[in-house]
Structure formats: C-alpha cells, structure tokens
Design a protein around this ligand. Sequence first.
Ligand SMILES: [Fe+2]
Length: 733
Amino acid sequence: MAELRYPPLLGYTNQLSARPGEKVEVKVSSSIPGAYKASMVRIISADPNPNGQGVVEEEIESAFAGLYQARFQDFHPGSYMLSKIPTSLNIPESFYVSAKIWPTRVNGDPQSVVSIGSNSEGCVFQMGIDHNGCPETIIAVDDGTQINLALPVEIQERQWATIWAGYNLKSQTISVGFESAYYKNSNSQSLSDGLKPKAPAVDSIIVAGVVGPEVSHHFNGKIEIPQIFSNEIPNEDLKEHEEIIKLPVFASWDFSLSISTTAAQDTGPHNLTGQLVNYPSRAMTSSSWNGTEMAWVHDPKQYAAIHFHDDDIYDFSWETDFTITLPANLRSGVYGIKLSQDSYSDTIPLFVCPPKGNPSSKICYLASTFTYTIYGNHARPDYRKSWLEKIADWNAYDWNPAEFPHYGLSTYNFHTDRSGICHASYRRPLFNLRPGYITFGANSCSGLRHFQADSHLTSWMEHMGYEFDVITDYELHNEGMDVLSSYALVVTGSHPEYHTKATLDALQGYRDAGGKLVYLGGNGFYWRVAVHPENPALIEIRRAEGGIRAWAAEPGEYYNAFDGNYGGLWRRSGRPPQLLAGVGFSAQGQFYGSYYRRTKPSYSKFFAWMFEGIDDDMLGDFGFSGGGAAGFELDRYDQRLGSPKDAIVVASSENHNSTFVLVPEEHLTHLTTLPGVPSKDLIRADMTYFENDAGGAVFSTGSITFCGSLPINNFDNNISKLLSNVFNHFLNP
Ligand SMILES: [Fe+2]
C-alpha cells in the first residue's frame, strides 16, 4: 500500500466553509473504474479510538447525493513562470538569454533557468544546469537531436551568479557564459555542418522549467531578472555579460514589481507579462540585498528574486465533478462530503456557517481553518510505517502525508532543497484534514490534533445539548467582529495558532464589547499569517526570528509577500497572545498530558460557580489526548507579556515529564530566561479567568490537550463539569 502513488479515491472542495444558499464545488479523482457515491454527513466524532465513540458520521439528506462517473485527475508539482508569445511576434533570429541565479539543489538532475519553445512541440532553446551541476545551453536541431554545450565549472549552491547563453544565426554557434564570485568564463561551439536549429512556431518562454506538453526540469533556487536580448547584427560571439546587456532588450522580467501577485512584469518592448504557476515564493532577497533593508516594501529592488521549487503545489486546479448548493434550512455545524467507491471512502470536511447576519445559536464555535490549512499535509518527522498497524486496527483514515509527499507538504515541512515551505492551501486533498486521521501513531492515547482533536469539543457540545453555530477563520478574517457580535459565547478548539490582524482584531473587539471568549487550546494566537490577494485559499507564513519553529526564514525574508507585513510571532508585532487570552505559549514536550491542580483563589466564593459540583483538587488527570488535560503545548500567565493584572489563575498544571522544554523565545542564556526565573518554573499551563468593564470575560485553559479529556467516562468527569459550568455561566449571566 505504501508504494501507491495515488490513493484511489480523493477529493477536495474549493472552500472549507459556506453558508446556506451558497455553492460549493466538489473536485474528485478516482482511479477505480465505474461510479462513486457522494452523500452529505454531519460529523459528530472524528476520533477513531475504539475506547471512545469512534468516528461518527450521520448521513443527512442532500439534493446532490447519488452516483457520479469516476475519473482520474492528475496534478503537476513544480513552480515556474510562463510567458505566452503572441503569434504576431517572432523571437529574434540571433539572441542571448541571461539571468541571475541562486541555486539551492544541484543534485544531478538537469534544471532549466530559461527555456524557449512550443507548448505542443517542445523546447528549442534552453539555458540551465546540466547533470554535472555545470552551466549549459541546449539547442534542438532539425535532425531531431540536441546539441549542448557546458562550461567545466560546478555551480555553487546558495551563491549568486550570472548565467547567459545564446544562439548566433550568422556564425551558426551556440554559446554559454557564467560569472560568479569565484569563476568567470564563457565558451561557444559551432553547430555541426548542415544542421539547422529546429524552428517550430515558438509560443512560450518558461523561467524555471522546460517548455513542453508537461513542464519539466524545474529549477530549485532563486532567479532574478531573466532577460532575452536581440543580437540584430551578429558579428563574432560576445564574451562578456557587460556587452550582452547593451544589446536591444527583447524581454526583461522584473520580479521586484507586483510582488504580492502572480504576475511577472515584463519591462521590455513587447509586454510579455509572465504568469507564475504553482505559487513560487516572492519577496525573496536578491543579489543586491545588502542588509540595509529588511522590509521589501521599502526597497523592492533588493527583493527582485523569486524562489522556485520543484515540489511547489498548492492548488491542484482539478475540474469540478459536481456543485452543491447548501439548503436554506441547513443547520450550522461540521459536515462532510462523503465519497465512497468499492472499499474506499473520503470524507471532505465542510464547515456550514449560519446565514449571514442571522445566527441560530447563542454559542459560536470558531473552527481554526487557518491553522488546519497551515498544517495541511504535515509529514511528521517521527512518522513510522509501524503506525499503519494502529491505523488498520482502529479502522482509522488510511493515508498519511509522509507517504505521499508529492501531494505537497505543509508549512511544517521543507521543500526538496531544504528551504521551508511558506505557502499552504486547502485546494488539494489534505490527508490530515479527514475524520479518523491519527497524528501520533505510536501513542496509546487517541493521538489526535487539529480537526480530529477539535471533534472532542464538538462531540461534547452535541452530547451535552449545547446547540452551536460554526464560524471559521475565513469569515472572521473577511467579516470582522460583526460575525461574532450576537453570540453569548465564542469557543475555540484545541489549537487556534495562526491569525491575521483581522482575526485578532475581531476576537479582541468581540471581547472588549462584552463578549465571552472561551479559549480551550495551547499555543494559540501565536503566528502571524497573510492571505493571498488573488486566492483566498492560499496562506503565507514566514517563520521569522524565534519561536518553536519547523524551519527558519532566511535573513532579510521576514516580511510577508502577500501583504507586506512583518511575519513571525505575534509577540514580535506587539500582540502577544497574553493580551487577548490572558495566557501565551510557554512550554512544549512530547504528546503527553498531565493534570491541573487548583489554586487557592479558585476556592474563593467568587469562583463557586466555576467549580460547582467539583470536589477534586486535581483536574483532568485523564484524557484521550496524551492521557491528561494539560499537555503537549502549554500556555502560562505573564503580566510582562500582557496578561491582565486582574486575571486569576484558577488552576496550574504540574508534574510534566522530562520531554517538556521552555520555548526558545523565553530563553536568554543556558542559565537565564527573560522572566528571570528558572526555566523549569515556566513549564506549566495556567487556567485563567478575567473580566472587563464592558461585561466581557475570558476563560483560558492554556493547554492543547484539554479537549481530549471531555469525552472520558461518557463525558462525565471534572473537566466536562468545569467546562459546562463555564458555558452555563456565560450563557446565563
Ligand atoms: Fe502548532
């Protein structure tokens, strides 16, 4: 099964959330002949653990339910720039091509920097790196073969260099040149007698790939200023790049323009604007970056490079199989489009929001779809094939991103060139965004995170009879606090980690206008992300400066390309999580949960409502996530970082195992920490409560595993009791 390149039945939708009356496109690929069945389900539980409810999906009536013709749909990783040449325009008969490059993966696979040719007939001219890692030029000739010329120098990774190549009609020669800090040379070679360049109708120029029916030989690394020059009066071959750039410009793509978009502007005479395909990374430092600017918006010329990757893939652009219109009376909730064929099935989550401006419940569950997307197809470094046994035993979701990296990995992974993946999108199958998916396969607990872990909360609300609406980060980002304002209570899931300014403003605005915020996670409100101006499914993260981070952004590349804002931790942009939720990220360990112990103030009369019916001093020493309510990622109260002075810590966790460490942004030296206390004293979750003058209140648990304790003992336990006390208090003030 592991050798399978394509799971037999997979789909995705063009959006993760929708309102009654709205249309959603469903895109499916099946490699099984015949027809697949589609239906709609309400997802009650996404935890496959047989010691709990198991996965519970209730089929509901839907107009689209039925059989659909199965068909295979492919996808094509690798980013590049495509410029279409109008039929009225001819490529010069003699020309030079030039670019600056910063290669990142010279590994024996030929890579193309610039290629010219025809979409249907293939490439006729190409400049790039050969299988030895040397600069080369290739020309297709009329006997159906190719002639190539390489320079005897191995290109060095992560160093800027200039590469050029040309074809001279008069002398019937091809040439190649290269200039770096260590090497400068050029060479030319005549075509063999009688051979002529192949001359199909040239219709495409591609940067970072080879023109053809399927773009190939993707370039890994940064490219700056790809240019084509007309050699109108070809004399002898030019040996110096300085001479070549004095020739008339045919095309010149300036990547410092329109950085937030997918357009590559041509400043040459023919306006051959390029389209970027598969979203390569923009706002990357270019050859002229010298550290005098860190923000590309201040001096885009220092950010005139695009970083291309052979595994960039964010939007599969599959054809739509069917479009569904959500019925007007569909209750808000967590639903799924379920596809089944033979023994395979795939349930694509769909968050149904209430009609705009017309909430149907007093409770709003905020689904962390930005975080789900950012983690989409996270291939864990600790994944082992042995996990497949537990997956089979529990009848859990079959497919793991680690087995299918060509589907595009997450922003917690690296590209093939070891640069960090900074783009994420849900317009592709996301294996870990499926009911029954297990994140941690070696643990004895359920081992869930994100969507599946958050179903511990939604199944608890279903079980306890709390009717709720669902709003996702998407609506919060686009509509602001209005989308929350009529709710008595807004509750988050286990890990609302990724936010834009708009989503933080909305939550803070709701709280400050008297709203009740229930934050049931750990490491929430931590990273700043940006949404692409042309594609609402595409999110960007720059892992700048500190933080527990899966990779590190390069120096000078801390500002988002999509919106020009400084990326990284929100605490470095003046908004530590403590300002909103009273607590913020403090420690992380392996996927283990400990318990909270109540503090003295929790026994005061003021908190009688919160602990009504709870006799225990120790809370949550059980759970489906890590075995305890306080675990894995922990947030603590800290006035220095903005926790309100009047906030009360009602319980703190303790007894975390030796795998837990203080977050790097709180370390100074091997001995000292920013707060000035030993790091071991900062390894805890603080369950915190505070109110404001407007009647607003915040209850925060500061632990990512909290929700995993809710379903234990058929939802009858002290964590469940505590949360229902909080809900009841906020619903009936
Ligand atoms: Fe996280």
